[in-house]
Design a protein around this ligand. Structure first.
Ligand code: GDP
Length: 397
């Protein structure tokens, strides 16, 4: 298994306080015959914040752009709680654009905050907006088509008008966040595979007309439609600069946080009602696997993959939610564990032994200290502090 020590995770790029962890397996370097052109067209780099209402497809787009599972995806809104970095290396295209490193920052869905957790999520959005060279505002094309239809007074029923009012007010809240930004803002229309082309073109026309977006780009992350154009337009506006992350790195998240997220993804998929929103996952033990055994001699059975041992606590707010998470005779928890384990094994490239327990922490979404303790950046700092205070060899004072 690859070695990512805590100190390695805390390497900071000076300007942006970058902490980095996840590294792609090295790929063969591309042999290029355009070195002279690359010399005259130096690397571009920059931070691109991905902003949008819950469920517009931010995480799906980030995963499609990086080609890795950086963020969990769910049909339920408000999946992403922390801002997440996904790094994309763009090779130079002679005569089109130089090589670039794009650092995408996925943010929690923008909605008017209710609980302390909501306020913390909004804070993550503000922080992403502080350090950015470009902002992508994502809008669900299917919803936008409905919104346009609902704003037509001749065809609109009263119930649709009130839905229109709620949507429009949430959209206004989002536009308020970007109104005074001094960087370019692109509007990215998502899920265009679900919208007929003859609805899409007038929509693009009207959005380009009404708002001062530098670009309006329609995409389908699911069908990988429009992604090349999006990347090309992004590279055009990025400044010339150095890499913020090593070339092979694709996210800043520590593995143990990604593991917690994969467990949360299963909870989102396996439970309904309030449970997904009232659940939080904390990794309590993460014992990295031993390095793989040396290859066996010809004809012998291949060595088994090493084993990673993980224990995690699932927090919820009420006894009733705990009962749902555990299920009859522990069946639900078993389903969550089995599904998560498969995903974690694929992330880590080892076998995984996963232990789950459920704890009730009443009203945790309103608890400032609990919400702060869930942020992996805080967890990382605490782990690093613990490591510094530990005596070498575990000697006691
Ligand atoms: P987020 O909350 O904005 O991060 O949204 P997600 O990325 O979690 O996506 C919300 C839902 O929309 C999920 O069910 C996705 O599978 C779905 N989705 C995202 N992008 C597309 C797309 O391009 N086409 C279609 N048909 N569905 C999509």
């Amino acid at each position: 298994m690859r070695d990512y020590s805590i100190s390695h995770q805390l390497i900071c790029a000076q300007q942006r306080r970058v902490t980095h962890v996840q590294i792609r397996p090295t790929r063969e370097p591309q042999i290029r015959d355009n070195r002279g052109w690359e010399f005259e067209n130096p690397l571009k780099s920059g931070f691109v914040a991905i902003l949008g209402r819950p469920n517009v497809g931010k995480s799906t787009l980030l995963n499609a752009l990086t080609g890795e599972k950086v963020a969990i995806v769910s049909t339920k809104p408000q999946t992403t709680r922390n801002r997440i970095v996904g790094v994309v290396e763009v090779p130079a295209r002679k005569g089109v654009h130089p090589a670039a490193q794009i650092v995408f920052v996925d943010t929690p869905g923008v909605h008017k905050p209710g609980s302390h957790l909501d306020r913390r999520m909004l804070q993550e959005v503000y922080e992403a907006l502080e350090t950015r060279d470009l902002v992508l505002v994502l809008m669900d094309a299917t919803r936008r088509v409905q919104l346009e239809a609902a704003s037509n007074p001749e065809t609109t029923a009263p119930t649709r008008k009130s839905a229109h009012g709620a949507w429009a007010s949430e959209d206004e809240f989002l536009f308020g966040l970007i109104r005074n930004l001094d960087c370019p803002v692109f509007l990215v229309l998502t899920k265009i595979d679900l919208v007929p082309k003859d609805h899409l073109l007038p929509l693009i026309d009207s959005l380009t007309h009404h708002y001062g977006f530098a670009q309006v780009i329609p995409v389908s992350a699911r069908k990988r439609d429009g992604l090349d154009l999006l990347v090309r337009k992004i590279v055009e506006v990025l400044p010339v600069g150095e890499r913020y992350y090593p070339k092979e790195q694709y996210t800043d998240q520590p593995q143990r946080f990604m593991v917690a997220e994969l467990i949360r993804e299963r909870i989102l998929a396996e439970t309904g009602e309030e449970v997904p929103y009232a659940s939080a996952v904390v990794i309590e033990r993460f014992e990295e696997a031993e390095p793989p055994a040396p290859p066996r001699k010809k004809g012998q059975a291949p060595a088994r993959l090493p084993l990673t041992r993980i224990a995690a606590a699932i927090y919820c707010e009420r006894e009733g939610q705990k009962a749902i998470l555990i299920g009859k005779g522990g069946s639900k928890l078993k389903e969550i564990g089995t599904g998560a384990r498969r995903q974690i094994e694929s992330l880590l490239g080892t076998r995984v032994y996963l232990e789950l327990r459920v704890i009730v922490e009443p009203n945790w979404r309103e608890s400032r200290s609990f919400v702060e303790s869930l942020n992996w950046r805080n967890q990382l700092e605490k782990l690093a502090e613990d490591q510094v205070t530990e005596k070498p060899g575990g000697a006691e004072e």
